[in-house]
Write a new protein. Sequence first.
Length: 524
Amino acid sequence: MPCRDTMDARAACFAFAAALCLQPALLGCSRAEEPSAAPQEPAPAAPAPPAELKVRPAALAGSWYPADAGELRRSIRRFLDAAEDSGVARPMALIAPHAGHRYSGATAGFAYRLLRGQAFRRVFVLAPNHRAGFLKGAAVPQVDVFETPLGRVPLDAEALAALRESPLVVANDRFHQQEHAIEIQLPFLQEALAPGFQLVPIVVGEVDLAAAQALAAALRPLVCAEDLVIVSSDFTHYGASYGYLPFREDVEKQLETLDMGAFEALRSGSAEELARYRDTTGITMCGIHPALVLLSLLPAGVECRLLRYDTSGRLTSDFSMSVSYLAISFSGPGWPAAQQEFLGPVQQEQALGLARRTLESVVRTGEFPQAADAGLDALFDLERAVFVTLKKHGELRGCIGNTRPIGTLEQSIIARTVSAAQHDPRFPPVTEEELPAITIEISVLTLPRAVSSADEIVIGRDGVILTKGPRSAVFLPQVAPEQGWSREEMLDQLSRKAGLAAGAWREGARFEVFQAQVFGEARD
């Protein structure tokens, strides 16, 4: 976006921001919302040589799928041609299996047929960790391209850099070098999609519900209508070699019943429901953790459709050891058409810099900054609702914000920073001695929208405004995951925050939801 250079507009900005800081109707976070010799003329620089690309080479070619490019392309085309048309026009997300193509390729063909000729800007592939030891959270690679016999797939460096800002995401090639669950999808993508897409490969390790929701929150600002999300997962791994023998009779039928139960949990759209099904049945679905992230990421109103079901037991006529394969599509409202509500890495740095200068100035001198950087992005001229949270040694030290815009992003950051530092009624004003210990967190909010019932609220994705009679209260999206609350526990706490009884939300209350991009200074 272009930068701004009009000082008259900037003077008006600071006058308005000063007025905003005194607004009484601002919303504070609760303590649970804890929501970095003589000079010579230089010689003309020689053209820099092109940087050598870092390549993650194919690890499966010749074993899991053909190594010859022509043979591989013909094989993929046969899978796509044989798949039936499901009528889904353009999916926003897919679940596809990741066994060797001779086992799961026909099932995968039903998913990738939907993509034939489609153009996507980026493809996010979320895969389980099979190969590289224990991983808590997620891992992204440090290479530039992934390679298969069909060519090289470029990675989206900007998206990967943004994901590395999450404390749950590590940059480590070790988790990608031999991982088959991502690579097995690439020839299908290369053959089915229009050229030009970029890949965002993510290996997801052990995550509980709160961590899955936090990873979804890190992904949410990045995923737009031009993007596709794929979860790479097989379903039940049955047999003694997998340590899973919940039944020994009617194995084929019982496997299908077990797998269809997992599909129904996915179709519910609830990560909690899928986790509950896993805990109840012990189903050995290797992509359960990426699937929890996907369900936490999906917007409301998505249609989930089963495209194909098969098992290796049926293919080999041996159910003593069997792996199940499902192709599943998610379609409906789609990812946001544009992410204007959210800030990229550069704009996040600008926002935090603006908040830090405001905090230092108002605490040390009692004055607002006289001028901001002339290079602020044009995004800062758009109206945005903002919360600013101050933390001292990780503990809440002040939090003030508004759920609807009452000024531009620049004005709101300045005003909310001053209010959090000086006007949060729960805390005394921040002192100069405290400044080195304080970190700043900014939440940029989307516009609230009404939902018909509490059942539509998704923990980790949605901030919630509860209103009942004259009383109202708000929680930011990160509050419930940070506290480990279920939806019901969160609403009980929100009712208490509004001055109501814990269960008052169950009858006569109105709910609005919003999303937020949350980013902050690094903690020492």
